[in-house]
Ligand binder design. Structure first.
Ligand code: HSX
Ligand code: ADE
Length: 235
């Protein structure tokens, strides 16, 4: 069995699986002094996207999982913005649509919006997710995808949208879950367990990453972001 059920309907890819091992090798996190947000360890999705070997391996793993599913998923839904990096390559292989869940003011057409939600790090105002109202509907069986499950606020917004469309969420898959933030139990216990049947699966736990995954450069003295002209003047 490649997947361990770590809590009811919460699954983690077995650490012996080659995809888990590749992610453990490649994933980088940054400390607050080198991160865009003030979180203890900011997981850098580009350390995954910049490894074609890892991207191909995780794509193949998920394509195989959804090909074997009966009844099969009808749509892949990706979260703005990092879910867009992984969803299309899986949907294309399965020959099913990839639907964009977008933050407010980004989606055209007639929309449904989620309740406002917070994330591990607070934005200027609580975020709102949207879906085009006719993109999925009754009879759609969807898989949702994102890079990180932290507090679960983002994932929950997607589940609300799927429900409002009259569709069924089969599962939510993320590359990395952050167990200490308890996103999975928040999602499963919200609204008297309304979403408890949705499987939450992750390819690697943040607990598996160590100091060797830290991307901080030891000799960093700042500033973190330089202008093009500053760099040109320095060289
Ligand atoms: C980041 O925070 C990631 O790409 C996810 O979309 C989200 C996860 O945080 P949380 O909502 O689980 O706290 O934007
Ligand atoms: N989204 C929410 N928490 C995050 C973290 N620690 N790293 C990257 N993305 C995140």
């Amino acid at each position: 069995m490649s997947w361990k059920e770590v809590a009811p309907n919460v699954f983690l890819l077995d650490e012996c699986n080659s995809v888990s091992q590749l992610l453990k090798m490649k994933y980088r996190w940054y400390s607050p002094k080198l991160s865009p947000r003030n979180v203890p360890r900011f997981a850098d999705v580009s350390s995954v996207t910049e490894s074609p070997e890892t991207m191909k391996a995780l794509r193949d793993l998920l394509v195989e999982r959804y090909r074997a599913m009966s009844p099969a998923p009808t749509h892949i839904l990706g979260f703005d913005a990092r879910g867009f990096l992984f969803g299309p390559m899986i949907a294309v292989e399965l020959g099913i649509p990839f639907v964009l869940l977008r933050k407010a003011d980004k989606n055209p057409g007639r929309l449904i919006r989620s309740e406002p939600y917070d994330k591990e790090y607070q934005e200027a105002a609580p975020e709102v997710m949207t879906i085009r109202y006719d993109s999925i509907g009754k009879g759609s069986r969807v898989v949702l995808i994102d890079d990180v499950l932290a507090t679960g606020g983002t994932a929950l917004s997607g589940l609300q949208l799927v429900e409002a469309c009259g569709a069924e969420a089969i599962e939510m898959v993320v590359i990395l879950s952050i167990p200490f933030l308890k996103g999975a139990s928040m999602i499963h216990s919200t609204a008297n367990g309304r979403y408890k049947a949705v499987k939450l699966i992750s390819l690697i736990s943040e607990d598996a990453l160590g100091e060797e995954n830290c991307g901080d450069s030891e000799d960093f003295v700042g500033p973190r972001v330089m202008s093009c002209s500053d760099v040109l003047a320095k060289n």
